[in-house]
Design a binder for this molecule. Structure first.
Ligand code: NDP
Length: 291
C-alpha cells in the first residue's frame, strides 16, 4: 500500500478562503478581528514565525499589531503591554511568541493574557475547559490536526489513537481532543517502555516528539493514518540542512493509508488555526456585546 498524502497547504488555502469571508462579515459589523503578537529578543526562528503570522493575518483581512522588545527588557514592561492589550477592544487575540528569555517566568506571562484573548489556548482556564469537554480556545497545532482528520472523514470513534509526546502545547491537548472524539487514546513519552508495540496498535498515530524520523515503517500498522507534527532540521547525511518530521516518510508511506508530509503538512494548519481562533474571539466579542 502507498499512502495518500494529506496536503496541509491545500487544506489551509481552502480554510483561509472561508476565514477571509468570516473576517469580512465581522468587519462589516464594525468588529474587525485583531491579533497582537509579542516578540521578545532576537531569536531568528521566532522572528520568522512572527513575520509569517502577521503576513497570514493581513492575507485574510485581520488587523494585527506587533510588539517587539529587546532580550533584556524587564518582564514588568511586557506584562504592562499585555495588560493594555487585555483591555483593548480592537484586539481579540494575544500571542506571546515562545521561548522567552531567561529572566521571564513563562507560565506567569502566559497566565497574564486574558483567557478570553488567549488564542494559543495555553491559559489554564482554556486547558481546563478543553479537559471538561467544552473547549473555548484550543492549542492551534492539535486543533489543526483535528481539522485535517475531519477533512478526510477519518473515523475516530472507537478507534485506537496513539499520541507520541505529552507536551502542554501539542501532545496533551491532542490526546484530550481525541478522547473528546471518542477514540481510545494512548499517550507515549520518553519513559514509555516498548514504544514500537504501542505505535503498532494505532489506527491513528500522531507523532509530536522532535526526533528526526524516529517512527519507521515497521512500527506502523498497515492502513494507519499517520500525522507527523515534528519539525526537525537534519544536521548530517545527504539531506543535511533540510526539514524532516518525526516520521520516516519514505518507509511509513508504504504502510499507512494517509500521511502528512513535512514540510507542508501540519505546519501550515497551525497558523490557519491561529487565524480561526482570532476570528472566533472576535465573533464571541460581538455576541457578548449584543446580549
Ligand atoms: P517537546 O520537546 O515539548 O515535547 C516532546 C515530547 O516527546 C515529550 O513529551 C517527550 O517526553 C517526548 N519524547 C522525547 N523523546 C522521546 C522518545 N524517545 N520516545 C517517546 N517520546 C519521546 O516538544 P513539542 O511538543 O513542543 O514539539 C514536538 C515536535 O513538534 C517538535 O519537533 C516541534 O518542532 C514540532 N512542532 C510543530 C508544530 C507545527 O506547527 N507543525 C508546532 C509545535 C511543535 P517527556 O515528556 O517524557 O520528556
Amino acid at each position: 500500500m502507498t499512502a495518500r498524502i494529506l496536503d496541509g497547504n491545500a487544506l489551509s488555502a481552502r480554510l483561509r478562503e472561508s476565514l477571509r469571508q468570516r473576517a469580512a462579515e465581522l468587519s462589516a459589523r464594525g468588529c474587525k478581528p485583531g491579533l497582537a503578537v509579542i516578540l521578545v529578543g532576537e531569536n531568528p526562528a521566532s522572528q520568522v514565525y512572527v513575520r509569517n503570522k502577521i503576513k497570514a493575518c493581513e492575507a485574510v483581512g485581520l488587523h494585527s499589531e506587533k510588539y517587539a522588545f529587546p532580550a533584556d527588557v524587564p518582564p514588568s514592561e511586557v506584562l504592562a503591554r499585555i495588560a493594555a492589550l487585555n483591555a483593548d477592544p480592537a484586539i481579540h487575540g494575544i500571542l506571546v511568541q515562545l521561548p522567552l528569555p531567561q529572566q521571564f517566568d513563562e507560565s506567569a506571562v502566559l497566565a497574564a493574557v486574558a483567557a478570553e484573548k488567549d488564542v494559543d489556548g495555553f491559559h489554564a482556564e482554556n486547558v481546563g475547559l478543553l479537559a471538561q469537554g467544552r473547549p473555548r480556545f484550543v492549542s492551534c497545532t492539535p486543533l489543526g490536526v483535528m481539522k485535517m482528520l475531519e477533512s478526510e472523514g477519518v473515523e475516530l470513534a472507537g478507534r485506537e489513537a496513539v499520541v507520541v509526546g505529552r507536551s502542554n502545547i501539542v501532545g496533551k491537548p491532542m490526546a484530550l481532543l481525541l478522547v473528546a472524539a471518542s477514540a481510545t487514546v494512548t499517550v507515549c513519552h520518553s519513559r514509555t517502555r516498548d514504544l514500537a508495540a504501542h505505535v503498532r496498535r494505532a489506527d491513528v498515530l500522531v507523532a509530536a516528539v522532535g526526533r528526526p524520523r524516529m517512527i519507521s515503517g515497521d512500527m506502523v500498522k498497515p492502513g494507519a493514518v499517520v500525522i507527523d507534527v515534528g519539525i526537525n532540521r537534519l544536521r548530517e547525511g545527504p539531506d543535511a540542512g533540510k526539514l524532516c518530521g518525526d516520521v520516516d516518510f519514505a518507509s511509513v508511506k508504504e504502510f499507512a493509508s494517509l500521511i502528512t508530509p513535512v514540510p507542508g503538512g501540519v505546519g501550515p494548519m497551525t497558523i490557519t488555526m491561529l487565524l480561526a481562533n482570532t476570528i472566533d474571539g472576535a465573533a464571541r466579542a460581538v455576541a457578548h456585546a449584543t446580549h
